[in-house]
Each structure stands twice: as C-alpha cells, then as structure tokens.
Design a protein around this ligand. Structure first.
Ligand code: GRF
Length: 206
C-alpha cells in the first residue's frame, strides 16, 4: 500500500528532491501527491512540475488576510487527502486547523539539533548564525512531528555535524543540509512503513 505524501515548500526544494530521489530508489513506499508552496517563484515548484506532480503556490500576498490564506492552504491539503504532510524548507506556520486535522501525520525538517536553536524566527541562515555565535562545537538537523507550537513536536531523527573554527553561517548551512537530505527521506520512509509511534512527547521507531 503506497502512502500519499503532501510536501510544503518555500524555496529551492533540495529536501523535496531528496524525497523524490528516495522514492525513485525504492526507499520510500509512497508518492508525492501535492507540492504546496508559500512562494510563487520557489524552484521547488519546478522540481515538482518536472515530475508531473501537482504543484500549487498559495502566497500570502494574494489573500486579503492571513486567515484566508491559511484556509486556502488547509483546503488544498485536505483535498489532496495525504497520509503524511512533510514540511521541507517551509517558512510558513501550519494553521492550527491543519495540525488538528492531521494529528501525528506532519513531519518537519529543522536545520539544528532541537530543542536548541528552534522556535519562532529560527529558520534558514539565522539558525546557523546563532549556532556560531553560541560557540557550539557540533550542530546538525532534526526531523520532528509538528504539534501546536513551533519546532517543539516529538523528535524522530537527528544527525550531527562538526562546527569548525573557520565556519561561516553559509559553510555550516551547507554541511547541515547534507544531513537534512539524509534524515528527512529516512523519517518519511519509516512513517510510510508504519514504524513510527508517538507517546506523549516521545516518538519511537519500531
Ligand atoms: C534550508 O535552509 C534548510 O536548512 C531548511 O530549509 C532551507 C531550504 O531547504 N530546512 P530546501 O532546499 O528548500 O529544501
């Protein structure tokens, strides 16, 4: 039985591509049924269209209010009837109605070792800048279930990388991205195999 996977994106879509590549390699028992972008020019949309996957941009500026944008995004997801929703470089906040409609079925990739360096404002290059400013010796990436607050859901997988003396936010971001491309497809595969369970704040791999 193949799982239906909806992927939310905002940028280049390298994490989305990592999921596509894992599907092609037979590592994920599923298929992407929708790519939904918060940005109209996201290259991730091109990646989806190149593969014949339905790709939709619902940008906030096209709506009269944030609530209307959230409703449109929620309805697009519900219509796609996914088994799993994956946030892959997605800069938006998932509407509460979506989190409630898909309990235990939304995964996010975050470019740091949660719970450190997570929460509102902690996305993209800002995360790596904060890691360097804190003098950390290691960093990494986390895949977690999405719950009602930002970057706080049960952690599924993490991967770490060393931080070097001469690192810049950009060089660290590139090293962490390599980990993201490894652990996100792995977490999606585990979900599609029914091997993830959540008890309270803890996710377990069966
Ligand atoms: C990257 O900064 C990554 O760390 C974060 O989202 C950004 C873009 O990812 N998760 P992608 O190339 O659009 O997947």
């Amino acid at each position: 039985m193949s799982s239906r996977i909806a992927v939310l994106v905002s940028g280049g879509g390298s994490n989305l591509q990592a999921v596509f590549n894992a599907i092609d390699a037979g590592a994920i028992r599923g298929e992407v049924c929708l790519v939904l972008s918060s940005a109209e020019k996201a290259y991730a949309l091109q990646r989806a269209r190149a593969r014949g996957v339905p790709a939709l941009a619902l940008a906030r500026r096209r709506f009269a209010s944030p609530a209307e944008c959230d409703t449109a995004r929620h309805q697009a997801l519900v219509s796609a009837a996914p088994d799993l929703i994956v946030l892959a470089g997605y800069l938006g906040i998932v509407p509460q109605e979506t989190v409630a409609a898909f309990p235990g079925r939304i995964l996010n990739i975050h470019p740091a070792l949660l719970p450190s360096f997570g929460g509102p404002g902690m996305h993209g290059i800002a995360v790596h800048r904060a890691v360097l400013a804190a003098g950390c010796r290691v960093s990494g990436a986390s895949v977690h279930f999405v719950d009602e607050t930002v970057d706080t859901g049960p952690i599924v997988l993490q991967g770490s990388v060393p931080v070097y003396e001469n690192d810049t936010p950009e060089s660290l971001a590139e090293r962490v991205l390599g980990v993201e491309h490894r652990i996100l497809p792995k977490a999606v595969a585990l979900f599609c195999e029914g091997r993830l369970s959540v008890q309270g704040r803890k996710a377990t791999i069966m």
